[in-house]
Design a binder for this molecule. Structure first.
Ligand code: GDP
Length: 296
C-alpha cells in the first residue's frame, strides 16, 4: 500500500529540495502535481483540494528556518498536513465503561468483519487481560456463527453458545445477559453483513444498537475498495452512527485512498488496521507512521 503514491510524491518533492529559493509559482506547480498524485491514489476529491490548499498557503507564507532549505520546508509542511488529515494521534478502542462493555462490529459481507472481531477479542484477551465474550448475530449466513466459534477456539476466546432459530436482536440481548452473568469485561457483537448496503441491513443495525447500547460501533471496511469504502463509512455513520473505523487488507497493494480520506471525510477516526489473515495481524493506526511511510 502507498508505494506508488510514495514514489510520486518523493519525485515531486525531490525536485524542490535541490533549489536554493522557491517562488510562489514553484510551489503552485508542485501542488498541482501533488494534487494529481493524490487523485490517482484514489483520495476523495474534497480531501485532495483542502489538503493542497492548506499546504500551499502554509508553504507560501512560511518563514524558512535557517538550517533547512525551502524545499525541505515544503516537505515538512506536506508531512504535517498528511498527519493532520489522518487524524494526528492514534485513537485506540475505548473500553472505559461499566462492564460488560459492548463493541458492535458492522460492515459489508466479505470486508473482514468476523476475522477482525476475533483479532480484537484476541488482543483484548492476551494483551489487555480482559475477559471477552464474542457473539455472531449473523443468522443469514448459516456458517457465520460456526466461523466465529472456530476463531474463538483458536484464540482462546469464549463465544456465546449457538441457539438455533433466534434472531439478531435476541442473540444480542442474550450475549449481554451472558456477559453480565459470566463476569465478562467486553462483549463483541459481530453483526451480519450484506453484499450491498440496504434498508433491511440498516434497520437491523439500528435495532441491535438500541438493544445493546454499544460503547463502540466499529465499521470494518476493505481498504482495497478505495472510494467505495469512504462512501460506505459515510452511509453507516449517517444511519447507524459509528465511533471508529477498522481498515482491513492494508497488507494488500491498494493505492491507499481510503486510508487517506476516511478521517477527513467522515470525521471518525481510523482506529485499527488489518494487515493479514492471521488473528494477530492487527495494528493501531498511527497517522505519523503512515505519513513517514508515504514520504519515505
Ligand atoms: P466478513 O464476511 O466481513 O465477516 O469477512 P471475513 O472475516 O470472513 O473475511 C473475509 C476474508 O478476508 C477472509 O479470507 C479473511 O481471512 C480475509 N481478511 C480479513 N482481514 C484481512 C486482512 O487484514 N488482510 C488480508 N490479507 N485478509 C484479510
Amino acid at each position: 500500500m502507498f508505494e506508488s503514491l510514495s514514489e510520486r510524491l518523493s519525485g515531486i518533492l525531490d525536485k524542490l529540495t535541490g533549489r536554493g529559493a522557491l517562488s510562489e509559482a514553484d510551489v503552485n506547480e508542485a501542488m498541482r502535481e501533488v494534487r494529481r498524485a493524490l487523485i490517482e491514489a484514489d483520495v476523495a476529491l474534497p480531501v485532495v483540494r483542502s489538503f493542497t490548499d492548506k499546504v500551499r498557503s502554509r508553504a507560501v507564507g512560511a518563514d524558512v528556518v535557517k538550517s533547512i532549505t525551502p524545499g525541505q520546508m515544503v516537505i515538512k509542511i506536506v508531512h504535517d498536513q498528511l498527519v493532520e488529515m489522518l487524524g494526528s494521534d492514534a485513537d485506540p478502542i475505548d473500553i472505559n465503561a461499566p462492564a460488560p462493555v459492548a463493541i458492535m462490529m458492522v460492515g459489508l459481507q466479505g470486508s473482514g468483519k468476523t476475522t477482525t472481531t476475533a483479532k480484537i477479542a484476541r488482543r483484548l484477551t492476551m494483551r489487555d487481560k480482559r475477559k471477552v465474550l464474542m457473539a455472531s448475530l449473523d443468522t443469514r449466513r448459516p456458517a457465520a456463527q460456526e466461523q466465529l466459534k472456530v476463531l474463538g477456539e483458536q484464540n482462546s476466546v469464549d463465544t456465546l453458545p449457538i441457539v438455533a432459530g433466534q434472531g439478531p436482536v435476541e442473540i444480542a440481548r442474550r450475549a449481554i445477559q451472558a456477559a453480565r452473568l459470566g463476569g465478562y469485561d467486553v462483549v463483541m457483537l459481530d453483526t451480519a453483513g450484506r453484499i450491498h448496503i440496504d434498508e433491511s441491513l440498516m434497520l437491523e443495525m439500528a435495532e441491535v444498537k438500541a438493544a445493546t447500547n454499544p460503547h463502540e460501533i466499529l465499521l470494518v471496511a476493505d481498504s482495497l475498495t478505495g472510494q467505495d469504502a469512504v462512501n460506505l463509512a459515510t452511509s453507516f455513520d449517517e444511519r447507524v452512527g459509528i465511533t471508529g473505523i477498522v481498515l482491513t487488507r492494508m497488507d494488500g497493494d491498494g493505492r491507499g485512498g481510503a486510508a487517506l480520506s476516511m478521517r477527513a471525510v467522515t470525521g471518525k477516526p481510523v482506529k485499527l488496521i488489518g494487515t493479514g489473515e492471521k488473528s494477530d495481524a492487527l495494528e493501531d493506526f498511527h497517522p505519523r507512521r503512515i505519513a513517514d511511510r508515504i514520504l519515505g
